[in-house]
Design a protein around this ligand. Structure first.
Ligand code: UDP
Ligand code: MG
Length: 318
């Protein structure tokens, strides 16, 4: 990619997957919010392989608005990859990431950007309140606490992808080739000066969540397995514990057989079968943990590109 003739001050990166219901509202909010941002801003709308006409809406938005740019991916690559594609096309001196469903209000980007200019490299959003179901909130709370306990780098609690980053942070993240991307983790990993900024997270403006259970689980696994080796250590520690207990128990049985008068029969088939199934379960579980890591190595060594861009709109000045 070539250096732009003119780098905007701020780029907003917004991934969209089947968001034709929200997109008109999003554009209206952007139309109103951008002049108040007080910065020379471009907006990159990334179409993550939508099948509901989102790409056509992006085309139209780009025809009507000079600040609007489109990056259309060749298929659905997932939220984190769509964000990555947007970041790689962004040329702003600062880059903001926000969801397309207006859960992250475009109006508050101004506050984040102002804070960044105080001398920070990352201003990440901390959710003051969530407008999601109790089950999803509980799952999120559990996940973030688990992440914090496991991860080798401190990843802030209750902060999602919504943030504003400086150019040097974006360049560092763009240079990371890994494909199991947990963007908020990579962002923390980079370091420099980072700070949180609170905002009330709104409810989705229209349409359904595009993060089904399996996509959420994949994200959680990527977060845990790409930022922590703790699960591997647990399976080893647990194996060690079970071996030690078995050894002690074996020794006890031998001594009992030798020294307790009349100890001839050894009932205990229930113990045996339960122990067998238990250990079988533990072994499969450990292999599963190993598999999560091996699978990720397998995906990385293939070295396929992270995404394929089918076409871009309004990037002619580049
Ligand atoms: N998204 C995407 N690709 C996907 C799933 C989601 O680009 O495969 C986008 C989606 O359009 C939205 C953002 O990621 O702009 C967050 O998704 P969503 O609001 O559905 O997630 P939730 O807020 O329910 O966790
Ligand atoms: Mg959402």
């Amino acid at each position: 990619m070539t250096t732009p003739k003119h780098a905007p001050e701020l780029t907003l990166v917004i991934p969209l997957y089947n968001e034709s219901e929200v997109l008109p509202q999003l554009l209206a909010r952007l139309d109103a919010a951008l002049p108040k941002l007080g910065a020379d801003t471009e907006v990159i709308l990334v179409d993550d392989g939508s099948g509901d006409g989102t790409a056509e809406l992006i085309d139209r938005a780009c025809r009507e608005r000079p600040w609007c740019r489109g990056v259309m991916l060749s298929r659905n690559f997932g939220h984190q990859i769509a964000v990555t594609a947007g970041m790689q096309h962004a040329r702003g001196r600062a880059v903001a990431i926000l969801d397309g469903d207006l859960q992250d209000p475009p109006e508050v980007v101004a506050e984040f950007h102002a804070k960044l200019k105080e001398g920070y490299d990352v201003v990440y959003a901390v959710r003051r309140q969530r407008k999601e179901g109790i089950l999803k909130r509980a799952a999120y709370a559990l996940f973030y606490r688990l992440m914090r306990a496991l991860s080798t780098i401190p990843i802030p609690l209750d902060s999602g992808d919504f943030c504003v980053m400086s150019r040097r942070v974006v360049d560092r993240i763009n240079a990371m080739p890994e494909r199991h991307r947990f963007v908020r983790g990579l962002r923390s990993w980079v370091g420099y000066r980072q700070t949180g900024h609170e905002y009330p997270r709104s409810a989705r403006a229209a349409g359904e969540s595009k993060y089904g259970f399996s996509k959420l689980l994949k994200l959680a696994f990527d977060g845990i397995f790409t930022f922590s080796e703790a699960p591997l250590q647990w399976s080893m520690q647990f194996g060690f514990l079970v071996s030690a207990v078995s050894f002690a128990w074996g020794a006890y049985i031998v001594l009992w057989r030798l020294f307790v008068p009349g100890a001839t029969s050894l009932p205990g088939w229930a113990t045996l079968t339960v122990g067998m199934f238990f250990l079988g379960g533990v072994q499969l579980f450990s292999i599963g943990i190993l598999g999560e890591y091996v699978g990720r190595i397998h995906n990385e060594v293939k070295g396929r590109p992270l995404f394929i861009v089918e076409r871009t709109v309004n990037f002619d000045d580049r």
